[in-house]
Design a protein around this ligand. Structure first.
Ligand SMILES: Cc1cc2nc3c(=O)[nH]c(=O)nc-3n(C[C@H](O)[C@H](O)[C@H](O)COP(=O)(O)OP(=O)(O)OC[C@H]3O[C@@H](n4cnc5c(N)ncnc54)[C@H](O)[C@@H]3O)c2cc1C
Length: 396
């Protein structure tokens, strides 16, 4: 076992740092979680995506035949560590990490020609039209219908928790095409232009006061048959592949990488803030808590490197990916809570308060770390996967 990075990987890290040094605005403090920040930050993300696109890094994980760089999982992880360290919420995630790879496997030649190049340039992005009011963890129960009519499909139904539906160009939609067969066998996948008549988007404001989630209503939305991805009624199997791409840690969706800056902030704060005339860093309770967080960070770091190592050897992580997702998102909550304890009454202050410490990041972390445990499969679902695939327990 060798825990060192290769000289090539170290050189790549240096190149990423230099690139970020140039591209990330000097005063960039990260995504601060004030109401309206999603809309404010989105154009910056697009700009950053297009710089990444020019460098070929937006699709660094794609195979070379599709214009990618076939970068190793370890290089992607390095990229994630460096961008998250500078709190750059890289854009283009769904198009690059889910839609592109699934189209390469199941898309028609026309779809590949139409969508892959603009995705690689960072010009278009997608929202995921999966969840419905009655279908979340049990996604196969979805009810949105797609009915064939001449050269079109006509879509009717409702999606919920659709992230960024109001800002992106397309929806990657799962809909029922056959209601008379077992639920997994009657689903198909579609690409829907969000400007198509009959689509209504309603905001869902989260507890940060932020508009990122939406309800999306489809009222007899007519889309051409060429929008069907893969085979009709085989959508569930394409979806499972898409979910695997979503859950496998990659450089866009990599929860552990966002943790180190928070711990670093708290360590710095405890050295500077004083209680009874002495820096907090001398307080034995604060030291115990920070040391515990550091231990857990080291655990999740090694777990992440194992995932990258597996991917590099062509092994497919499954319960291992669930462990990383679960441990890192729960750890995010634990560290945010420790942050609240250390900052005391300054902790809940928002970035706009003149008394806010660490630019209000702890309050933001506390609130944002809740939803991270739900998206892409809840903690309970991850534990079920770990029980079945990791421990060999029977299905419940
Ligand atoms: C920030 C965020 C962004 C999201 N973005 C999108 C998006 O872009 N597109 C999209 O389609 N969806 C999105 N979602 C929705 C997300 O995928 C669902 O919320 C998630 O799959 C859970 O579904 P649900 O909310 O319907 O909860 P339910 O499935 O109803 O679950 C409710 C509770 O019951 C538990 N539970 C369910 N089944 C079991 C079981 N078998 N055993 C034990 N416990 C169980 C769950 O863990 C949960 O605690 C997003 C969610 C969040 C929080």
């Amino acid at each position: 076992m060798d825990f060192r990075f290769t000289p090539e990987e170290e050189a790549f890290r240096k190149e990423v740092r230099q690139f970020l040094e140039r591209e990330v605005p000097k005063d960039w403090a990260g995504f601060l979680g004030r109401p309206g920040d999603v809309e404010r930050v989105f154009p910056l993300l697009r700009q950053f995506s297009s710089s990444l696109g020019e460098k070929g890094w937006l699709t660094m994980a794609w195979p070379k035949e599709y214009g990618g760089q076939a970068r190793s999982a370890m290089e992607q992880l390095i990229f994630a560590e460096e961008t998250c360290y500078r709190r750059v919420p890289v854009g283009g995630s769904i198009a690059v990490t889910i839609v592109g790879p699934v189209l390469m496997l199941y898309g028609s030649e026309e779809q590949k020609r139409e969508y892959l190049p603009p995705i690689a340039r960072g010009e278009i992005d997608f929202c995921l039209g999966y969840s419905e009011p009655g279908a979340g963890s049990d996604l196969a129960s979805l009810n949105t219908r797609a009915v064939e009519d001449g050269d079109d499909f006509v879509i009717t139904g409702q999606k919920i928790f659709t992230s960024l539906a109001h800002l992106v160009e397309y929806c990657w939609l799962a809909a029922r095409t056959d209601p008379d067969v077992p639920k997994h066998k009657g689903i198909s996948l579609f690409i829907v232009d969000m400007k198509t008549p009959g689509i209504t988007i309603r905001p869902l404001i989260d507890m940060l006061g932020e508009h990122s989630l939406n309800e999306v209503f489809f009222d007899e939305v007519r889309i051409p048959k060429g929008s069907l991805v893969g085979e009709k009624n085989q959508g569930w199997y394409h979806l499972v592949t898409a979910l695997d791409f979503e859950r496998t840690p990659n450089f866009f969706f990599f929860p552990p990488a966002s943790l180190p800056p928070i711990l670093e902030d708290l360590v710095q704060f405890s050295k500077e803030a004083k209680r009874n005339g002495k820096p907090l860093a001398h307080d034995p309770v604060v030291r115990q808590k920070l040391a515990q967080m550091f231990i857990e960070f080291e655990v999740v770091r090694v777990l992440s490197y194992r995932i990258a190592w597996m991917l590099g050897r062509g092994l497919i992580p499954n319960y291992e990916a669930s462990i990383v997702k679960l441990f890192s998102t729960e750890l995010h909550q634990r560290v945010a809570n420790v942050g609240m304890e250390i900052l005391g009454l300054y902790g809940p202050l928002t970035p706009d308060s003149r008394w806010a410490q660490l630019r209000g990041r702890i309050a933001y972390s506390c609130l944002s770390s809740v939803s991270a445990t739900i998206g892409a499969g809840t903690l309970e679902i991850q534990r079920i996967i770990i029980a079945i695939r990791g421990l060999g327990l029977p299905r419940g």
